[in-house]
Design a protein around this ligand. Sequence first.
Ligand code: PMP
Length: 427
Amino acid sequence: MSMPSDTDRKPALFGSGDTGFDVNRIKADFPILRQKVNGHRLVYLDSAASSQKPQAVIDALDRYYSQINANIHRGLHTLSEKATAAYENTREHSARFIGGVKPEEIIFTNGATEAINLVASSWGGQNIGEGDEIVITEMEHHANLVPWVILAQRKKAVVKRIPLTPDGQLDLTDIENIVTPRTKLVAVGHMSNVLGTINPVQRLAELAHKNGALILADGAQAAPHMPVDVKQLGVDFYTFSAHKMLGPTGVGVLWARQELLEAMPPYNTGGEMIREVSFETVTWADVPHKFEAGTPNIAGVVAFHEALSYLEAIGMDKIREHAIALTGYAIDSLLKLDRLEIQGPLDPTLRGGAISFTDADIHPHDLSTFLDSRGIAIRAGHHCAQPLMRALGKVATARASLYVYNDEADIDALVDAIKQVRSYFGV
Ligand code: PMP
C-alpha cells in the first residue's frame, strides 16, 4: 500500500536535466522566499534555527490531509493502512539517510530535544549511578546539556566538559583525563549551532568505547548539511530534527542500535507502545513502537520523506561542497569589515555555515532588528548555549546561518546592510 507521491517529481533544480547545484533553481522551489519582508527581498539567513520548506514538502502535507488522513497501526480500513504505509516509509527512508541502518532502530520523536531527553530519561535512568561521569563539551546547545545536568543531579552523577581552543574547536589536549573508565556517556554535538565547528565524533567514539562508555552525537546541525553515516561515526545514539532539514516542525529522529533500544525501558507510556495490558501488569511492544506512545505527528513524518528525497536529489556531498564554498565567501566578506569578530574556526572545511559574529560597536539585537528592516533574517542572542557564551565572554552574538537556497547575493546583502547600520549608528 503506498500513498500517491511526489517522490518521482524532481525538484526544479533538475528541471532542465542537469545535475548541477543551481541555487536560483533551488530558490524557486521555496515559495516563502518569493515574498518581500519590510519592502525588501527576503534574505533568509536563519536556517540553523529552522529551515524553509520546498513546495514538495508543503504539497505532501496537503496531500496527506486531503487524501489519506487516518490514525496509524491500529485501523483495518484503507486510509489507516495507507497512512501506516506512508509513515513507515519515512522510517525506512530515515534509516537509509543516515547510512543504511535498520528501520526498527529509528524512533520518531517530536524533535532532537525530545530524542535526547528520551535517551537521558530511559538509558540514563537505567545506566547512570552515583559518581558516574557524563562528558559533554563547552559548546553544547542546551538540548544536549540540560538533560544531562538534570540527570546528574537526580543520580548524584558528575557532568564533565571538554573545553575549547581559542578558535572554537574542542581542545583535546587533556582528553585522556576527561574521558576515563568512570565515564558512562560522552554526549557531543556533531556540529555547533553557534560556532559551526564540526567535532571529531569518530575519535571521541573510539575513546568513549575504549573506556567502556557510550557516545551520543547530537546531529541537529550536522544531518541537514553533510552526509552522515552513523556506523562510520561509531556512535551509539544519533539525534536530529526534521524542521532544520527542509521537513515539517514537530518531527525528530533518534537512532540507536537495536540491542540498546531493546534493553532500554520505555520513555512515554500509553497507547501504541504496549503488547498486553491488565490492571496489574503491562508488557511492551517491540522496538521501535515501544518508544512511540500515543498518536505521533503522522502528517509531519509522512512529509519528512519528501524533504529527505529533496536533499538526496541535490546530493548531500554537493550540499556540503556548497556550504564550504558559501561559508568561505561569507567569512571573507565579513572579515573585510573592521571591528567585526567571527566566533569559531575560520577555515570553512572545519565547520558548517552557522556563522556567529559580534560587532564591536553595535549590540547583536540592534543589528538583527536593523537587518530585519532590510528584509534580512538573522538570529541574535545566546542561541541556547549560555555556558558557551560565558566561555566566549559574550552575552550574545549575531548569527547568520546558510542553507541550500542561499547564495553570494544573500551574503552581499548582509554585508551591505551591516555597513548601513554602522553608518546609521554613526560608527
Ligand atoms: N541541538 C542543536 C545543536 C541545535 O541547534 C538544536 C536546535 N536549535 C537542537 C539540538 C534542538 O533541536 P529542536 O529544537 O528541533 O529539538
